[in-house]
Design a protein around this ligand. Structure first.
Ligand SMILES: NC(=O)c1ccc[n+]([C@@H]2O[C@H](COP(=O)([O-])OP(=O)(O)OC[C@H]3O[C@@H](n4cnc5c(N)ncnc54)[C@H](OP(=O)(O)O)[C@@H]3O)[C@@H](O)[C@H]2O)c1
Length: 244
């Protein structure tokens, strides 16, 4: 797929993987719609990469804001090519420490928002041949981990939902795809990049964020992409990983 002039909606375009992906897609000539809470970061993106890109400030853990966002996009765009659900949060807590609010925020951001957005902008995606939804899952979506039960639960849910929709939409557009991604060097889950770099120095595997962004662009451009692509840093020579 040639990405020139393709309209690509990315959640979480302000930081980390979403930001690196947005920068790469902008260089490919795509027109981006970015969504996150950090308005300064989104504004700066448009200043740097041009006014063909748009952004919406939205708290993606808030159902009302997400539904409004989908309505606004429906009004402002005639069609869309690709939705990439990148935004996510990782609250790693033991059962005793997990609050209902942690649980609700985690599921809202990681599971319910991809559902609400996919459904909300479905009519725009249905107008475009070759359109698709790409969801960023995690190794925590098929490997259980102590101390991360709530995060695992959200990513198992996202994986089951995406793979089921891949079957439901097998013969029509948009298609649905999943990336099952291993640890990546961002500030995700409350541990800073500096702390993660210290872990890397003693062999712990992390993907560089630019590597992930490049790989995602390669997958997005590939018309024969797999329904689920699994990327673990240990498999690509970036160190070793041990199940918790
Ligand atoms: N890093 C990893 O090791 C890793 C591994 C596997 C999978 N993943 C997945 O990759 C995705 C991106 O993670 P990352 O590493 O890039 O994390 P990150 O650096 O923390 O970035 C998270 C992004 O999501 C946005 N976001 C989070 N909560 C939001 C909310 N309530 N409303 C709007 N936007 C929100 C953030 O934007 P604002 O803060 O500006 O709102 C930010 O742009 C997540 O789905 C994560 O589960 C990450």
């Amino acid at each position: 797929m040639d990405l020139k002039q393709k309209i690509i909606f990315i959640t979480g375009g302000s930081h980390g993987i979403g930001r690196a992906l947005a920068e790469n897609l902008a260089r490919e000539g795509a027109r981006l719609i970015l969504v996150a809470r950090s308005e300064d970061r989104l504004k700066e993106f448009v200043t740097q990469y041009g006014k063909q890109h748009r952004y919406y400030v939205c708290d993606l853990s808030d159902y009302k804001q997400v539904s409004k966002l989908a309505e606004s996009v429906q009004k402002e765009y005639g069609s869309l090519d690709i939705l990439v659900n990148v935004a996510g949060i990782g609250i790693y807590k033991n059962l005793e420490e997990t609050s209902l609010s942690d649980w609700q925020t985690s599921f809202a951001t990681n599971v319910t928002t991809p559902f609400l957005l996919s459904q909300g902008i479905l009519p725009l995606l249905q107008k475009t041949k070759d359109s698709f939804v790409l969801n960023i899952g995690s190794g925590a979506g098929n490997i259980s981990m102590r101390g991360r039960s709530m995060y695992c639960a959200t990513k198992f849910a996202l994986r089951g939902w995406t793979l089921s929709l891949a079957e439901e939409f097998k013969e029509k557009f948009p298609r649905f795809f999943l990336i099952t991604l291993g640890s990546t060097l961002t500030n995700f889950s409350g541990k800073s990049i500096e702390e993660k770099k210290k872990e890397m120095a003693v062999g712990r595997a992390y993907f560089p964020v630019e590597w992930v962004a490049n790989k995602l662009v390669e997958i997005i451009k590939n018309d024969n992409r797999e329904t689920e692509t699994t990327l673990f840093p240990g498999d690509y020579g970036f160190g070793t990983w041990k199940k918790q």
